[in-house]
Design a binder for this molecule. Structure first.
Ligand SMILES: Nc1ncnc2c1ncn2[C@@H]1O[C@H](COP(=O)(O)OP(=O)(O)OP(=O)(O)O)[C@@H](O)[C@H]1O
Length: 406
């Protein structure tokens, strides 16, 4: 017997509680969308506008992560398009786009399978988009997912981008009927601080996806847990407990699926023949930690600097929270940022508001008697996680580099 026979025998999942772990993969398309009847109806009503000769120039689809925005919107549009030759749907994810140019190029790529070189500029890319759409059916719906990811880049003025997309000359000249559906966590007008020129070109059509409650998460998870685990491996009480905790903490289907996968892995590692509440508890924190760190890794550098300032250490080396904006300012003002990028108190306040909107920071006002009222800041998660996510940001600032060394 080679050592690999032993190794494979050792790691073979014969004691596993799973029969089809893939059923808990959040990326796997579920056969049925459940618990989103209201949103499906709203979206279907908008699409049916083609029968009256109208689709809104924009539709905002917004809500917190893992609430089914992408799944529901894509499926509904696809189903509608297969029933109507006059309608085409294209899906573009802008998550990786760091500039206005790359975002536009990504749309072009979806339409044509090709991208333009940088020398053709934004004008060249938009010309390509209008050329492509001229050959499309009468109505085109373009779904722009994670459009909020590109917002803070120095090269990116969302106003410029949206104005071209909605009012571009090439589009108007060719009478192209384009409906741009914007998927994001926040309502874009608020989030991107769009100017009135762009706002007037957008419609106020919006569909909100709220966090899932217990009953909704249960309806999503039950069939997938059934498929994923061996018969009897997930007692009802444990299933209910996990669903309740996932709903109370997150309302996020993606995290809830991950929680049950990890809890199943824990039970298997421990040689148990069924999932226990303890297995779920062990992974609640773990799931939260992974999801938060993923969020931290996607933050623009300035936001991360402020967050690091909120989780600075005191003289004794322990992380001090809560802190005030002034304290954050003091901590990070010695930074070796180029002067023009150094963050003043006003910029810090704005960044804190962003972080609060993203659910990473909470703030409250404390009365200090004669000293007046002071705003206090605190992370909504274990501040130590900021240190765990620091590596990719280290080159951005001397302050972060010092923290990473420390
Ligand atoms: N209503 C639902 N019915 C069945 N499965 C669902 C439902 N909602 C979410 N899911 C599951 O959760 C996964 C994540 O959902 P989705 O990607 O649509 O969330 P989202 O709101 O677009 O999230 P984000 O804002 O992070 O992009 C889906 O791929 C699917 O597996």
């Amino acid at each position: 017997m080679s050592k690999y026979d032993d190794l494979f025998a050792d790691t073979a999942p014969d004691e596993s509680l799973f029969v089809d772990k893939g059923a808990l993969d959040p990326l796997a398309e579920p056969p049925e969308i459940v618990a989103r009847d209201d949103q499906e109806r709203e979206l279907a009503t908008v699409l049916n506008g083609v029968h009256d000769g109208y689709l809104p120039p924009t539709v905002s689809i917004y809500g917190p992560p893992g609430t089914g925005k992408t799944l529901t919107t894509r499926r509904l549009c696809r189903e509608f398009a297969t029933r109507h030759d006059t309608v085409a749907v294209e899906y573009v994810n802008l998550k990786e786009c760091r500039t206005l140019f790359s975002a536009a190029n990504e749309i072009l790529f979806e339409l044509t399978g090709e991208k333009k070189g940088a020398y053709e500029g934004l004008d060249g890319v938009f010309a390509g988009i209008w050329d492509a759409l001229a050959a499309y059916p009468e109505w085109t719906v373009v779904l722009l997912d994670e459009v909020d990811h590109v917002r803070h880049d120095t090269n990116y003025d969302p106003n410029e981008f949206f104005y071209r997309l909605l009012r571009g000359e090439g589009k108007l000249a060719r009478d192209i009927s384009l409906s741009v559906w914007l998927l994001s966590n926040e309502l874009l007008e608020v989030d991107l601080r769009l100017d009135s020129r762009v706002e007037s070109a957008m419609s106020d059509e919006a569909v909100f996806f709220p966090p899932y409650g217990v009953a909704e998460l249960g309806a999503i998870l039950d069939p997938r847990i059934d498929r994923a685990f061996r018969d009897g491996a997930v007692p009802d009480a444990v299933c209910e407990y996990g669903v309740q905790e996932a709903a109370r903490r997150w309302g996020d289907a993606r995290k809830a699926l991950t929680l049950f996968r990890q809890a199943g892995e824990t039970a298997t590692e421990r040689g148990l023949d069924r999932l226990t509440i303890e297995c779920v508890d062990t992974n609640l924190e773990q799931t939260e930690r992974e999801a938060t760190i993923a969020k931290l890794l996607a933050l623009p550098a300035n936001h991360f600097v402020v967050l690091a300032g909120i989780t600075g250490r005191d003289q004794g080396g322990t992380i001090k929270q809560p802190v005030t904006t002034a304290e954050v300012h003091t901590v990070i003002q010695d930074d070796a940022f180029p002067t023009e990028l150094r963050l003043g108190e006003r910029a810090i306040r704005q960044l804190v508001t962003d972080l609060e909107t993203m659910g990473l920071v909470e703030t409250w006002i404390e009365s200090r008697g004669a000293d007046g009222r002071v705003k206090q800041l605190e992370t909504t998660f274990d501040p130590q996680w900021v240190r765990e996510a620091i590596e990719p940001y280290v080159a951005e600032s001397a302050y972060l580099a010092a923290l990473a060394d420390g």
